[in-house]
Design a binder for this molecule. Sequence first.
Ligand code: BDR
Ligand code: CA
Length: 324
Amino acid sequence: MPGGTPIHALSGRIVPFVTKVLIDCDPGIDDALALALAAGSPSLEIVGITTVGGNVDLSMTTANALALREFLDLGDVPVTPGSAGALLPQTVRAAHVHGESGLGGAVLPAPVRDVSAGHAVDFIIDALKAAPGEITLIAVGPLTNIALAVRREPRIVEWARDLVIMGGSYTRGNHNPAAEFNMLADPEAAAIVFAAGWTVKQLGLDVTLSAVVTSAVLDRMRPLGRLSELLVPAAQFYGMVTAEGGPAIHDACAVAYVLDPSLFAAVPAVVNVETAGTYTRGMTVTDFKVADRRPNALVTTSLDVKRFWDLVLGAYEGLAARLG
Ligand code: BDR
Ligand code: CA
């Protein structure tokens, strides 16, 4: 179980499990908060960050990933840019939600180091091939890079330890009534990924909309030194923070799932992505009546909000102590 504390078979010493994760993202305010959660979690080893055009253009999501790598003190973790646009010629962006920079009100120091050579799709394939069964893919943007990687090398489905995504919903959309943003931004890619043969661990709006930054949560972010300079203005830009509600940090749920799946209830389902509907393009059509079909997804249905914030804020506090 990721995040557990097993006893080493030979020495009897207690050694923490470390889960290797490769994070495909489009930072993005909540992507940044997800990366901060991963950075503050000693039981995760980030083997790479790949970027995709999504919330804002690829040049901006990549620049943000580079800035976050240094701000979060992620060392030599490679940042590799990927697909600028969706599989079909269409562009759906969310700068109205994340700001023109993609990071809302947060202004990070300009990064010193550049991207790694190559393309995200090759990086994903090569990383999974080099460590079969070891790396969990976490995808929190449009699924373009993952779909292209599956198309080029279908064996990544077996090589990945797991695929955990933020995207879709079985009850609603957010970019429009039917579709969640990451699905709508590249429905063809999402359809390929759901049909690829793995069991997608799906963190949809049904759970992520309960991961909200309330004023009590924000108050615990304020004293976090340098880290607060990212967390607080980003969260405040993202939505109105009140005692009862606030902006949902969707993408952090995907990282939290890898850290502790017991935070979530989850139900096997057959998920198909609508690619043709006039009003429903990008909708994740979710059938919980699986019968004799193979479920292609484990769909999360509820979140233990208190334990989620204990996990997230604990990780942020640990990271803040490191960053000063
Ligand atoms: C998803 O869409 C993006 O705007 C967020 O970063 C998140 O990945 C939420 O629908
Ligand atoms: Ca995102």
